[in-house]
Design a protein around this ligand. Structure first.
Ligand code: SF4
Ligand code: SF4
Ligand code: FES
Length: 534
């Protein structure tokens, strides 16, 4: 692979790489505001300037500049090397680039930073970006001097409502145009633009429009400063109190990798952020997915119930076992869930196949939606592909087939995972069952009609693996302990098997994964994750 020298380190590059992209792949950071690996290059912030050393035998390209001399109180003419933006400079074999090691670069970054902060209000104490703001971080790393301008700042509009989800503060904006380019290039809706010039520059929404495409929260995500804030998150938490785990969006079969930010003090989820997967070209999430973290807390089943009355979880397990014990296998069915992890589904499938002896395996999940041609999949379930891969002998049958089997009286007892049904009208068949035992995270048609409900932990309350529509296996990690009486579904299944007298005995997630290992390669170990700020 070709390489070039970057601050005396030889780093490889791929054809078409710019210096900033190659450096980033090598784990070396070049400060930047306007560049984003998933967007076109604007090269307007100039924070990424680097010094390109001349080829052997050639002198550097010099610029005439003037410098203020404190001693003589006058400007002095001098020359300095022309710096280049690393976000546009193409890599070439044998080139030499200086970043941290160049005094000229250090001066340029400090000057750019000072310019950006010239009219910037001291909003940090009330700004949602505080703690994760490029202006704060780069001031510390590349400037570190107090403001020299004593004049009144140029004031611009604050708290401008761009749409239902985003609020704009023009005084904090560094005019990097990331939000504009994101809307035009990724969301395919060029609804944002810059207006005016110089220090009157501001981002504006197209006349007669709101910022209301399906990816508005990504404009806040790409904003490197506190100019765009999300209505959902602003003023809710200080980021230094939050902790982060790698998660997987549960909003649809695309299964976007995400960071889940949560408060460990009370086990509450606060937001999702996209988790970059460069190999998959994945940098974004849609609005519905970004807000899907709310389902971790909303409409939860947090207590077991028997015949509609709250029950102790052990009593509910006993009741569930008594409903299922001795039922002829041909009249008993299990329902897997496309919303649950491989581990949860595997445990239930194993109980059905290896112990209950029934081949009546069906699949449920959330109703389908509409694909948007960008990220969003019509399948609103996170693990349909995982369940399909688990069912090696025969694919699970549809919920419509289950409804027909129940209506004809062939199936009389049901053990189900998940709470949704693909079409609401199909739920009425459940009322004719002799027994329905449901393992549910949320309230829904299955929990409402079950005689015994067992509260299952959500994806944020335990580790689990999911397979997205492209066959990518990803792990969602545990953020906090299960809320209420909820327990990971695979554990509930194992406990139920114990009540029924079967030696299933999954005590740890590793036990389930070990049992799952002989299953197809699609369910191999999830990919490792790395924390990164773009
Ligand atoms: S609002 Fe944020 S992303 Fe948009 S131009 Fe200003 S600083 Fe950049
Ligand atoms: S596209 Fe699907 S998986 Fe991705 S963020 Fe949106 S809902 Fe979540
Ligand atoms: S990141 Fe290169 S000019 Fe902004």
């Amino acid at each position: 692979m070709p390489s070039f020298k970057f601050d005396d380190v030889e780093i490889p590059f791929q054809p078409g790489d710019t210096v900033i992209r190659a450096a980033r792949r090598a784990g070396l950071d070049i400060p930047h505001y306007c560049w984003h690996p998933g967007l076109s290059v604007a090269a307007n912030c100039r924070m990424c300037l680097v010094e390109l050393m001349p080829p052997p035998g050639r002198g550097p390209l010099l610029l005439d500049v003037v410098r203020w001399d404190e001693a003589s109180q006058t400007y002095i003419q001098e020359k300095k090397p022309k710096l280049v933006p690393a976000c546009v400079q193409a890599c070439a074999e044998g080139m030499e680039v200086r970043s941290q090691s160049s005094e000229h670069v250090a001066q340029a970054r400090s000057a750019v930073q000072e310019l950006l902060l010239l009219n910037h209000p001291v909003d940090c104490p009330i700004c949602d970006q505080a703690g994760e703001c490029r202006l704060q971080d780069y001031w510390l790393e590349h400037q570190g001097t107090p403001k020299r301008m004593g004049d009144e700042l140029v004031h611009k509009p604050k708290a401008v409502v761009f749409g239902p989800t985003i609020v704009y503060d023009a005084e904090r904006c560094v005019m990097c145009t990331r939000c504009i380019r994101f809307s035009a290039e990724v969301a395919k809706d060029p609804v944002l633009a810059l207006r005016e010039r110089g220090n009157l520059n501001e981002v504006t929404v197209a006349p007669g429009r709101q910022l209301d495409h399906g990816y508005t929260l990504m404009t806040e995500y790409v904003c490197p400063v506190g100019a765009l804030t999300s209505v959902d998150f602003r003023f809710k938490a200080r980021v230094w109190f939050l902790r982060t785990v790698p998660s997987v969006c549960q909003g649809c079969a695309t299964g976007c990798p995400a960071w889940l930010d949560y408060d460990p003090r009370d086990g509450s989820a606060y937001r999702y952020r996209p988790r970059e997967n460069e190999a998959e070209g994945q940098y974004w999430m849609c609005d519905e997915g970004m807000l899907d973290y709310r389902r971790i807390h909303e409409h939860r089943v947090l207590q077991a119930s028997v015949d509609g009355a709250p029950a102790d979880i052990f009593a509910a397990l006993e009741a569930a076992a008594s409903k299922l014990r001795g039922v002829p296998p041909e009249r008993l069915a299990v329902v897997l869930s496309a919303e649950h992890s491989n581990e949860d589904n595997y445990a239930l499938l194993s109980l059905a196949r290896d112990y209950l002896g029934t081949g009546n395996v069906f699949l449920t999940g959330r109703p389908s939606g509409v694909a948007d041609g960008i990220l969003r999949d019509a399948d609103r379930n996170s693990n349909t592909a995982g369940v399909m891969a688990l069912c090696t002998s025969a694919p699970p049958r549809s919920f419509a087939e289950l409804a027909a089997a129940v209506d004809s009286g062939k199936i009389t007892h049901l053990l189900s995972l998940g709470s949704s049904v693909p079409q609401p009208e199909q739920a009425s068949c459940l009322e004719t069952l002799e027994a329905l035992v449901a393992l549910c995270v949320h309230e829904g048609p299955l929990s409402e009609r079950a005689q015994v409900v067992l509260p299952a932990a959500s994806w944020a309350e335990g580790n689990g693996s999911f397979v997205n529509a492209r066959g990518l296996v990803q792990e969602s990690q545990k953020a906090f302990s299960p809320h209420g009486d909820s327990v990971p579904a695979w554990k509930l299944v194992s406990a139920l098997a114990g009540e029924l007298g079967y030696p299933m005995n999954f005590k740890r997630l590793a036990d389930v994964r070990r049992a799952m290992a002989p299953e197809p390669g699609a369910l191999s170990a999830p990919q490792p994750v790395r924390l990164e700020v773009l």
